[in-house]
Design a protein around this ligand. Structure first.
Ligand SMILES: Cc1cc2nc3c(=O)[nH]c(=O)nc-3n(C[C@H](O)[C@H](O)[C@H](O)COP(=O)(O)O)c2cc1C
Length: 200
């Protein structure tokens, strides 16, 4: 086999593999509060996402990792390693963001701070909720994502605590959000695929 065929043939094979392998997208629950509503929102996004069949979507719950507050320990806990391994396995993210004092939760900030390389050169979408759709928290998150080399997409479904939840606790999303969630996922999927090429 010629030198060029060996080299370019391999490249073609790699490109083919990348085109057929499904991307792994994590739906990250930003709240760890007891009684939180975020699992309901995450499950709804996952259900919509899975109907698309274009990627492997999974819920990633920060609460499962028992992350220590950054800097208060030596960081050698299993949870920190597991958190980084989980992020490593993902090509993109959907952050389920709730507004706490006009920003993201302390738990989400700590989880973002608890990894670095594992976030880099990946894409993310945001689904937020709060009294004003969680917009202020989402905009804070966008600033943080830039520092972590995460490309955040434009379409951003915003859910109202008043009209998309009954009594602020039972999630009953308005139909119109479905279009937005799919548009956001279109962008996350496209950018996650594009950025994967940078990491190889
Ligand atoms: C400490 C705290 C601060 C909050 N601050 C805001 C706020 O600034 N803006 C807002 O819209 N909602 C605020 N909320 C309401 C939360 O968005 C609401 O309780 C939401 O359900 C929290 O998400 P979770 O249930 O998934 O934890 C706050 C709630 C808490 C507990």
């Amino acid at each position: 086999m010629s030198f060029f065929k060996r080299i370019f043939g391999k490249q073609k094979e790699e490109a083919g593999k990348m085109a057929t392998e499904k991307l792994n997208i994590g739906i990250i629950l930003g709240s760890t509060r007891q009684g939180r509503v975020s699992p309901q929102v995450g499950a709804w996004v996952k259900e919509i996402a899975e109907q698309r069949g274009d990627a492997n979507y999974e819920i990633v719950d920060i609460a499962d990792y028992s992350l220590p507050f950054l800097g208060t320990t030596d960081g050698q806990e299993q949870g920190v390693a597991k958190w980084n391994e989980k992020l490593d396995s993902l090509d993109g993210f959907v952050f389920i963001v709730q507004e706490y004092n006009h920003s993201i939760t302390g738990a989400l900030k700590n989880a973002l701070d608890s990894a670095r390389d594992a976030w880099n050169n990946k894409a993310a979408g945001i689904v937020s909720y709060g009294s004003t759709g969680g917009a202020r928290a989402a905009e804070h998150l966008r600033g943080i994502l830039g520092e972590l080399l995460i490309a955040d997409v434009r379409v951003h479904p915003t859910l109202s605590l008043f009209t998309d939840f009954e009594n602020g606790t039972v999630f009953k999303p308005a139909d119109l959000h479905l279009t937005n969630v799919n548009a956001m996922l279109d962008q996350v999927h496209a950018w996650s695929g594009a950025l994967k090429t940078l990491r190889q």
